[in-house]
Write a protein that binds this ligand. Structure first.
Ligand code: NAP
Length: 323
């Protein structure tokens, strides 16, 4: 099969199209004929060797959409030809990949494979961080940073479905307008104003933060009493200077960090089951939708990585693997 193989840590020149053996499956796994995968920031960090707590992944790609090629004897309910999508630990940039049956979801009828590939990582992350970790309640205010990112666009839609007021930050008016079209109530261009000033009166009960160190002070200032800061990325750095823990005590703040990729299979399976119960129906009814910015063919993987690194995308960058 054809796959993009990472030759070593470094630039996009390390991503090479190669002919390699098809993977084999265990009884509870599914061999998927991959039609589409998608790019994640984690792929970029893994390529560079900056990703926390992982070994070298020769084939990147954390999510796939395709058809069942072969179902293991314990992959109950799945048959050859079924349309399937889900999260995988690695291996998505290839014509075949292995999906654990506990993480497999049926693709809603109206979604193409390219659209379906834009769902698993960002909707699972948004759902987990807003609901499981952020404990977002109806009527609360959530601040979603990088609102036009893949995770951000999923989070805006899920937060609106939960009945929250949604504030977002992004780096251009075009991105903010798009966030508004998805339901964002308050839009803030972080290049033009401090979000803590804009939200001084409103405050936030939950903040979904991909930026990290450079936003710490403003995040802490913005959180209301009993607020929850969920840290899921470090695009703005990891190290804090002169940070005081006093507001954490005074406002009884909760700070939680998370990485979905290093969670146990049991955790991911429970999260997938929750997504099937609570988000798949919203995708089916088209009350929420995958946001695809651009589709690149597998052969243009370097351009797809460059595009993400240039921060141009609104929503997901999809990798089209086969027709
Ligand atoms: N922990 C987890 O389990 C988990 C799971 C999935 C994703 N993530 C993380 O979530 C983040 C979003 O992922 P994604 O795939 O949705 O990303 P994405 O679509 O590539 O979007 C990231 C956006 O962040 C903004 N940004 C970049 N650097 C910034 C900075 N220094 N300050 C402010 N904004 C900045 C840019 O938009 P602007 O134009 O608005 O600046 C950029 O387009 C990534 O950090 C990713 O690693 C974490």
């Amino acid at each position: 099969m054809k796959a993009i193989k990472l030759q070593g840590f470094g630039g996009t020149d390390q991503l090479k199209l190669e002919e390699i053996n098809k993977p084999t499956i265990k009884p509870d796994e599914i061999l998927v004929s991959v039609k589409a995968s998608a790019i994640n920031r984690a792929d970029i960090e893994k390529r560079k060797g900056n990703y926390p707590s992982t070994d070298f992944d020769p084939i990147l790609g954390l999510e796939i959409a395709g058809t069942v090629e072969e179902a293991g004897s314990e992959a109950y309910g799945w048959e050859k030809g079924d349309r399937v999508f889900g999260l995988i630990p690695s291996g998505g940039y290839a014509e075949y990949a292995v999906l654990n049956s506990k993480l497999a979801m049926p693709i809603p009828e109206h979604l193409s494979f390219d659209e379906a590939a834009a769902v698993p990582e960002v909707f699972l992350t948004a759902y987990q961080t807003l609901h499981w970790l952020g404990e977002l309640k109806e009527g609360e205010t959530v601040l979603i940073h990088a609102g036009a990112s893949g995770v951000g666009t999923a989070a805006i839609q899920l937060a609106k479905q939960a009945g929250a007021t949604v504030a977002v930050t992004a780096g251009s008016q075009e991105k903010l307008d798009f966030c508004k079209s998805l339901g964002a109530d308050i839009t803030i261009n972080y290049k033009e104003e401090e979000f803590a000033d804009r939200l001084a009166d409103t405050g936030a009960d939950v903040i979904l933060d991909f930026i990290g160190a450079s936003y710490w002070d403003q995040n802490i200032k913005t959180l209301k009493t009993d607020g929850r800061l969920i840290l899921i990325g470090f695009l703005g750095g990891t190290d804090l200077d002169n940070a005081s823990i006093m507001p954490l005590l005074a406002k009884r703040l909760h700070v939680k960090g998370t990485l979905l990729s290093t969670r146990s299979m049991d955790y991911k399976a429970r999260l997938t089951a929750d997504l099937i119960d609570n988000v798949l129906p919203l995708l089916e009814s088209q009350d929420v939708k995958p946001i695809v910015d651009k589709v690149f063919p597998l052969t243009e993987i370097a351009a797809a990585h460059d595009y993400m690194e240039s921060n141009k995308n609104t929503g997901k960058i999809v990798l089209h693997v086969a027709d």
